[in-house]
Design a protein around this ligand. Structure first.
Ligand code: 5GP
Length: 202
């Protein structure tokens, strides 16, 4: 029987390290993939088209919105970001787990259309640690860092809409906890009942 994969939605403020944790997890779990988003943001040093993001012009992005090509999309700090729909849904239908690492507006759109998704919010151990991490990254100007911290505070208000909270104290702990969440979800009665019923009850 072809069981659907899990759609995992991971949000959390910029700089919290959610990308590192997700990357670390997929490295050791070939059954799980990270969705590659499209964005109109300019590539950072070292980022590659088709690997980190699909880097699109605003016109290309708008065209894809009009063609219904996104599962969700949002504007974050002046740039568009969106999840290509067909690739993600195909992987889930094929039984692969897929992680969307996206901000809260997009996550809420996914929740509205796909409530069986697993919604995980990544928190820093404290706000001070978050600021240190953003500054330490050295990829953004002071104004952008301030804007991202403001944005982080707005994002915290959405925590209660998520199913799980994951504190990124160390990458090792957070990656293990992410694995625990995924395993628990796979064992949940609601995800298994239909199959169990036909085998044990009917
Ligand atoms: P960054 O510019 O730092 O790569 O990403 C900025 C924010 O956009 C992060 O919170 C990231 O999770 C989010 N993001 C990345 N891809 C997507 C996407 O496809 N959709 C949405 N809604 N947010 C995304």
């Amino acid at each position: 029987m072809n069981k659907k994969g899990l759609l995992l939605v991971v949000s959390g403020p910029s700089g919290v390290g959610k990308g590192t944790v997700c990357n670390e997890y997929v490295k050791n779990h070939p059954e799980c993939s990270l969705s590659v988003s499209a964005t109109t943001r300019k590539p950072r040093e070292g980022e590659k088209d088709g690997i980190n993001y699909f880097f699109l012009s605003e016109e290309e992005f708008r065209k894809k919105i009009d063609n219904g090509g996104f599962l969700e999309h949002a504007v974050f700090c002046g740039n568009y970001y969106g999840t290509p729909k067909d690739t993600v849904m195909q992987m889930i239908d094929d039984g692969k787990d897929v992680i969307l690492e996206i901000e809260v507006q997009g996550a809420m759109q996914v929740r509205a259309h796909y409530p069986e998704g697993v919604f995980i919010f990544v928190l820093p151990p404290s706000i001070e640690v978050l600021e240190e991490r953003l500054r330490g990254r050295n990829t953004e100007t002071d104004d952008v860092i301030k804007e991202r911290l403001q944005r982080a505070k707005a994002e915290f208000k959405f925590i209660e809409k998520y199913n799980y909270v994951l504190v990124n104290d160390t990458v090792e702990n957070a990656t293990k906890t992410l694995g625990d969440i995924i395993n628990a979800e796979k064992c949940s009665m609601s995800r298994n009942y239909k199959e169990l019923k036909s085998e044990y009850i009917d």
